[in-house]
Write a protein that binds this ligand. Sequence first.
Ligand code: ADP
Ligand code: MG
Length: 385
Amino acid sequence: KLRVEETMRRRLHNTIQELKGNIRVFCRVRPLLDSEKSDNAGLPIRLPECEDKNEIELTQSSENALGKVTSKTSPFKFDRVYAPESSQDTVFEDVSQLIQSALDGYPVCIFAYGQTGSGKTHTMQGPDTIGDVSDDALGIIPRAVQQIYANTSKLAERGWEYVLEGQFVEIYNETLQDLLAPSGRGGSSSQQSTGDKQTKLEIYQDSDGHTRVKNVTTVRVDSAERVHWLLARAAENRTVAATNCNERSSRSHSVFTLHLRGTNVLTGESSSGVLNLIDLAGSERLSNSGSSGERLKETQAINKSLSSLGDVIAALAKGSRHIPYRNSKLTHLLQESLGAGNSKTLMFVCVNPSPASAQESLCSLQFATKVNSCQIGTARRQAGS
Ligand code: ADP
Ligand code: MG
């Protein structure tokens, strides 16, 4: 009897080990910009000499009423910590396994979290100017599509045929906008409060229980080049929407979704994966007190959706019966990918190294630490689902 128990225990342990690590957190510190180099105060961020340690230390100094300066250092540890000089190439090397998982039929989410200006868009997409950027500068979205292309051609030799379909939406003030709508339709019409019924996007569950977006433009990503076209159109739609509010892109989440459906014409096997690449709204604490009108609404929407994201991850990790997906459009949209027992989630916490950002960096690192302590698959298994 003991031996049976021991075998069972070991088997359970192995299962848990297997499921562990389906949420990972990578921390990326961006370089100081030229405009920040004049700030001569000591840098608050310190990384160990040895990169493999994956640690980061943040020191905060504060001056009390008597002029006495005290400082407090907090250490953090993540699955990976990238120093400012780390290239897009280096970062993508650690992500490519996850991209392969989406091709193998897993639901995958990669988030970029951090205050405005911390490097989220640089990480997910690349430099702002799409078009004539050098390949070295490309971020995760174009590299992911390139890799998927290279791999589908290899898999084709073994009978696999893939259909790739992309959509790109922005969530602003708890409203979805279509970034791939024919130029001027997605962004501009929704900017006017009259609202064009035809372009109103809604999240719904289809008859198979899949989360879908009604009226969204889906694009067959039939070549690696197609993604550049797609990013350019998204950038254009964003600009149209931004005329009234320049900082809008930092106040909205953008979610690029690629559905990857494969069938093997030789064996009859099939696979269905989904890759979500999410550039989150700036996480900076915006005080509710000082803002009013549109600003207040934006602030509340961002606070709500970022905290909902944390709540959903925590609820999944605890194996809670009720997962509060419906508390924000972001979590509702990602419900299927985040909740699936086999889903894989990676969060980049992006950090601005300048002294002026120390407080925000601390908040980001604390949020990321909370996410890092969650393991969704393990808890779901324990909860028996
Ligand atoms: P966010 O999207 O978080 O607001 P950005 O990605 O726009 O931030 O980055 C802010 C600025 O810092 C941009 O000018 C960007 O080019 C630069 N930047 C960000 N990360 C890096 C990096 N790893 N290397 C070089 N420049 C970077
Ligand atoms: Mg950005």
